[in-house]
Design a protein around this ligand. Structure first.
Ligand SMILES: O=C(O)CCCC[C@@H]1SC[C@@H]2NC(=O)N[C@@H]21
Length: 240
């Protein structure tokens, strides 16, 4: 069920509060806001409140035999990719960047924020359908720059359906086919990335695919490899 509200602080914060209050939210419940006054991004950033954009959250209740919850980042990224790709004239311009950014023509189109609340994972998704923020440190884009902006509620239904499909595949077939599909729609191997692992200086390297558990493989200048499990990743040429 998709519930829409005209305005809230953050749809992630609202679902967290509902879970804490003991509301019986099941998988398939979505909260979508027309406006967010305190939208949350990754790494403590804020998320832009663009009128006409998709801003919504859902929950996953991991089962005992599910793959690791961190891999929901890849599940969600693929679900967003599947919802957006039919709307793009040149699908090759749409690529994933680890772990879960959707990039259009090299600029950020959407963002995903996973947060844990008790036994549940809150999956928050923002997609720039109509408007993109002007950021000093990275290039952003909205679908409206490439044609008419899709209608938000139609997009929400399509995203809820693709998320449901991807979650089901993740549960039924595990991580390996998911990682292969993620890689097949990522930017090309060898793409220069700047990675900022928590508590370290940023490092430069070339994208070398994912590990079998979905971590990022980076080839460093000296030829050695580094596996990244957490961090902020940008194209080396992404800055605004
Ligand atoms: O920084 C990122 O890339 C992640 C952004 C996630 C934004 C979405 S918008 C809906 C949901 N509610 C929030 O407060 N954040 C997420």
């Amino acid at each position: 069920m998709i519930r829409t509200v005209p305005e809230t602080g953050s749809t992630n914060a609202d679902l967290a509060a509902q879970l804490r209050a003991g509301e019986a939210l099941g998988e398939g419940s979505w909260l979508v806001a027309d406006r967010q006054t305190a939208g949350r991004g990754r790494q403590g950033r804020t998320w832009f409140d663009g009128h006409g954009n998709f801003m919504g959250s859902t929950i996953v209740r991991p089962h005992e035999r599910d793959p690791a919850p961190a891999s929901l980042a890849l599940v969600t990224a693929l679900a967003v990719y599947e919802a957006v790709v039919p709307l793009i004239a040149k699908p090759s311009e749409l690529t994933l960047k680890w772990p879960n950014d959707l990039m259009l023509a090299g600029a950020k189109l959407s963002g995903i924020l996973l947060e844990r609340e008790g036994d549940a994972i809150i999956v928050g998704i923002g997609v720039n359908l109509a408007a993109a923020p002007d950021l000093p440190d990275r290039r952003t884009v909205a679908l409206s720059a490439f044609g008419p902006a899709p209608e938000r509620d139609t997009f929400a239904r399509s995203l809820a359906a693709s998320f449901d499909r991807e979650l089901d595949r993740w549960r039924s077939f595990g991580l390996e086919p998911l990682v292969r599909r993620w890689e097949s729609v990522a930017h090309p191997q060898g793409t220069s990335l700047r990675v900022h692992p928590p508590g370290e200086e940023p490092i430069l390297g070339a994208y070398a695919g994912l590990t079998e558990d979905g971590a990022l493989r980076l080839r460093l200048a000296g030829g050695e490899s580094r596996v990244i499990h957490a961090g902020d990743v940008m194209f080396a040429n992404e800055e605004g």
